[in-house]
Design a protein around this ligand. Sequence first.
Ligand SMILES: [Zn+2]
Length: 91
Amino acid sequence: MVDYLYRCPEGHETTHAAAMGDAAPRASCHCGQDARRAFTAPMLGGARRASHGAIERAQASAENPAVVRSAPTVSAPAAPTDPRHAMLPRP
Ligand SMILES: [Zn+2]
């Protein structure tokens, strides 16, 4: 389902959910007038805050990547806590 935007001559905006490509060209507004379908840029401002920040960081790093001066430190993996791991064959 896709939310389609409709705008009446008074400027009221309403959305109606319909299957993709199945939107009616007109819908009724709450003020009683006939609302015409409005076209908007897809998904602008619709992203969640967390993903919006991630997208902005990805776009910023694409143009100005951060300079890395050393390799990241990796800690040793934690030893298994299950005692059955000690019984496994060793290479
Ligand atoms: Zn209206």
